[in-house]
Write a protein that binds this ligand. Structure first.
Ligand code: ZNH
Length: 145
C-alpha cells in the first residue's frame, strides 16, 4: 500500500517534527477553531479564550500525548489499523469521542505543519502526509462500527 518514496517522505517529515511544539499547537487549534470539541476536555480547566487555550498546560501536555502516539503509526505503516485498535476502542467506548473529530484534528495538524515548514512542505509531501493521516483517522474510527 505504501510506495518506497511515500515511506521515505513520511519518515523524513516525521523526523523533523518537534512533537513538543507541533502537538500543543495542533490540539489548541482544534479547540479554538472547533470550540465544540472543548466538551471532551472539561477537566482541563479554563478554555474560555484563545489565550486561555494556548496557555493551558493540560492542553499542551495532551497535544504531546496525541502526537507521540502518531509515532506508533509512523513505525507501523503496514499495520496502522491493528496498531490503533485498542486506542479506537478507548475513544469510542470510554471517551465517547465523535470520530469526526479525528479528521478535524488531522486537518489542524496539517495546517500547523504547513505553517511550520513553509515551502519545504511541497504539494507532493503534503499529499503523502494527508494520505498517512487519512489512514490514521480511519484506524482510530475502525472500532466504532
Ligand atoms: Zn485522543 C486520550 C491519541 C484525537 C479526545 N488520545 C488519548 C490518548 C491517546 C490519544 C494516546 C491517551 C490514552 C490513554 O491514556 O491510554 N487522540 C489520539 C490520537 C488522535 C486523537 C492519535 C488523533 C490523531 N482525542 C483525539 C480527538 C479528541 C480526543 C480529536 C477530541 C476532540 N483523547 C481524547 C480524550 C482523551 C484522549 C478526551 C482522554 C484525556 C484524558 O483523560 O486525559
Amino acid at each position: 500500500r505504501w510506495s518506497q518514496s511515500e515511506r521515505s517522505v513520511i519518515a523524513d517529515l516525521w523526523s523533523k517534527i518537534n512533537v513538543e511544539e507541533i502537538g500543543p499547537q495542533s490540539l489548541a487549534r482544534v479547540l479554538i477553531v472547533y470550540p465544540w470539541t472543548q466538551r471532551y476536555f472539561g477537566k482541563f480547566g479554563n478554555l474560555n479564550s484563545v489565550a486561555a487555550i494556548l496557555g493551558n498546560p493540560l492542553v499542551s501536555a495532551h497535544g504531546i500525548v496525541v502526537l507521540n502516539s502518531l509515532d506508533l503509526a509512523v513505525k507501523n505503516l503496514d499495520s496502522i489499523k491493528t496498531t490503533y485498535s485498542n486506542l479506537s476502542e478507548l475513544h469510542c467506548e470510554i471517551l465517547n469521542v465523535d470520530p469526526d473529530n479525528f479528521r478535524l484534528f488531522a486537518d489542524c495538524l496539517t495546517i500547523v505543519v504547513a505553517t511550520k515548514f513553509g515551502a519545504d512542505f511541497s504539494p507532493e509531501i503534503q499529499a503523502t502526509w494527508q494520505k498517512f493521516l487519512a489512514v490514521v483517522v480511519a484506524a482510530l474510527s475502525s472500532r466504532y462500527f
